[in-house]
Every structure is written in C-alpha cells, then in structure tokens.
Design a protein around this ligand. Structure first.
Ligand code: CA
Ligand code: CA
Length: 357
C-alpha cells in the first residue's frame, strides 16, 4: 500500500467512527435540527423522574426536584453543562417536591411551592446559589399551591395560579409577587381564570398566561384562556439635583442655569435622554449641538461634587427661568424631570434663593 492509500483507509475508518460516535441528528432539511445529548442521570427514587422545570444560569442548566418513576418526591439537584455535555450532582434542595415552579433572578435559582405529600401543597421557597452550591430558605409564599407558574419582570417573581389541593385539584387565580431583594411577598391582582399548569411567557414586561388545567372535584378539563398581566411599574428613580448657581438674581443677565443630575444606584446618568429633560416642566434643557456641554460627554458627564457618583450636567435658559419665577422671591423649590432612553422617568428637586438686588 502506498502512503496515500493508507491515509485514505485511515480517513475512511475515521469517518465511519465519527458517523457512529456522533449522536444522531434529527433534521427536516430546513437548517434546524435536534441532537441527542447526555440524558439526565437516574437518581433515587428513579430511574427517572418528572422534574417539573429547570433553570439556566451562567451557561449551565439546573434540573431540580420532581416526582420519581416509582413514586416519591425528589430533592435532587442536577447541573448540566452544555459545553462538555456532562451532568454533575449538586447540593440537594432542602424540601423534596414536585409541581413546583422554578425561575432565576440575578443569578440565583428560586424553587417555589409544589407538593411533597399526597394531599399537601406547600408554600416553601428555597433559593439556590450556583456560585456557592448552597441553599437558603426564604420567606414562604402566602398561598400554598402546586402546578403554579412563574414570570419574572423587573427582578420580581410573579407566582401565578396553581392547584390548592392535590386530591380535589381546586384551581386558584391568585397572583403573588416575590421580591428577592427584600425577601417579601405582596398579593397582586388575581387573573380571570383559575387554573394550573398554564403556559407562561414574558414579553415586554407583560406576563402571558395561556391555557392550563381547570379541575374541580371529579370533573376535569383544560381551558384555552389567554390573559395578559401588567405588573406594577417600578417606582421612578428619585434624582439628586444640584442647581447652580444657588442664588438667582432676577435682575441678572446670566445666560444659563446649570443643573447636575445624579441617579440612584442601578441607574446610569449616561442613559439620560437630554431631549426629555425639563425644569419646572416647562423649560427644556438646551440641546443645541453648537455647545460642547451638549455634544461632549467629557463635559456633560462629571463628578463635580466629588462623591464618586457621576452627574449628567444640563443647562437651561436663565431668562426663561427668570420669567417663569414671575417676581417670586426667597426660597424656591425647583423640579427637574426627564426620562432615560428606555423611557424610565426620573425626577428630583433642589432649592434656590431668588433675589432682585
Ligand atoms: Ca445648588
Ligand atoms: Ca457626584
């Protein structure tokens, strides 16, 4: 055999090996396909279980709890790493259960409600931190239930519907909001149709609850109801406003009033949309592009007061303010308001002294 023939035989064997080693792809020729990956490893009381949900964090997927094939509620927590197609068993959940809801907020996994007894819905809330592989018990949900759904909007969890009882399957329309930042629950507006196991999707900060099971006593059926939930708007950030100068003389010929806007933690003053900023709701911020304080971020993003929090500097027409003050003297509170580019409104006030001499 020549080297070339040996190489082609090796290549052939390699291709055969690849064909048999790579899991089958299922495709319909449209460029999309399915690939078989490492299956969920069996666990007691396995061999397999119905996990009732998983959650993805930092390129890993967590499959937690559920109901075993041969019965029994599971507390197993298994981590799947797509990059390596491998499963790792992690610290188990404190409360074994199925029918629970799972979601992620700020890199932590929340497992909410479910049941772990024949007639026993639970309100337990447990938080898993993948970074430390530890669990923490959080404030219990007000209404114990199983088969509930969850949607996450503005870092708050909305626990929606479910069954109040495992035997009569009494469906509920209850909506309860959990804020992981404060570990508190708030009861919200119920949906129209009591149900469990609904399909839930979040689009543009609205939660869609679609279909589900409605089972009363021994009479059971599904519904197709599609209901849109609008969660409460997050509170507007209160801006810290510093108007400069601190004293305004109504007889002055000064051209500009300067304003420094600081926003609370979690907001970025670079997101302030200057075209929406106004003083007293009537005097617009100057947006003329001939001014460096309008066009140059190194001029309009500053930390003038040196507190480590950046300010968005804007200027207003001083003559317009003098006219607006209409002879009012003494201490005057002025309001500066506007929007961020994403539409989030902000507002703040500062007091100045007004003189006429
Ligand atoms: Ca000031
Ligand atoms: Ca500052």
């Amino acid at each position: 055999m020549t080297i070339g023939k040996i190489l082609s035989v090796i290549l052939c064997l390699l291709m055969v090996a690849i064909v048999f080693a790579v899991p089958a792809k299922a495709t319909n020729g449209g460029g999309d396909y399915w690939t078989s990956k490492a299956p969920l490893p069996p666990t007691y009381p396995g061999p397999f279980r119905a996990p009732h949900g998983g959650a993805a964090v930092n390129d890993r997927i967590y499959v937690i709890g559920g109901y075993g094939t041969y019965g029994g509620w599971s507390n197993v927590n298994q981590e799947y790493t797509p990059a390596t197609d491998t499963w790792t068993t992690k610290e188990p959940m404190p409360t074994p259960r199925s029918g629970q809801a799972i979601c992620v907020v700020s890199g932590k996994v929340y497992v909410i409600g479910g049941h772990f007894g024949a007639d026993w819905p639970t309100n337990v809330v447990e938080e898993y931190d993948p970074a430390t592989n530890t669990w923490a018990t959080k404030a219990a949900m007000p209404t114990p239930r199983l088969g509930l759904g969850v949607g996450v909007v503005n870092s708050k969890i909305y626990a929606i519907g479910g069954f109040l009882n495992y035997w009569t399957f009494t469906p509920t329309a209850v909506v309860e909001e959990y804020d992981p930042a404060t570990d508190t629950w708030t009861t919200r507006a119920p949906m129209f149709t009591p149900r469990a196991d609904a399909a839930i999707g979040v689009v543009n900060d609205k939660i869609y609850v679609i279909a589900g099971w409605v089972i009363e006593e021994e009479f059971g059926y599904g519904v197709g109801a599609n209901e849109e939930y609008t969660p409460p708007s997050p509170p507007s950030p209160v801006a810290t406003i510093d108007i400069d100068p601190d004293t305004i003389n109504l007889k002055s010929k000064a051209k500009w009033i300067t304003c420094y806007i600081e926003l609370p933690e979690g907001y970025d003053v670079a997101d302030v949309d200057v075209a929406t900023v106004s003083l007293e709701g009537v005097i617009p911020a100057v947006t003329g592009p001939r001014y460096a304080f309008v066009t140059d971020p190194s001029v309009y993003i500053t930390d003038k007061d040196g507190d480590g929090i950046l300010e968005r500097m804007v200027k207003f027409d001083a003559a317009a303010l003098r006219t607006h003050l209409n002879g009012q003297l003494g201490t005057v509170t002025l309001t500066v308001a506007g929007n961020l580019f994403d539409g989030t409104p902000f507002e703040g006030t500062d007091t100045i002294k007004v003189t006429d001499k």
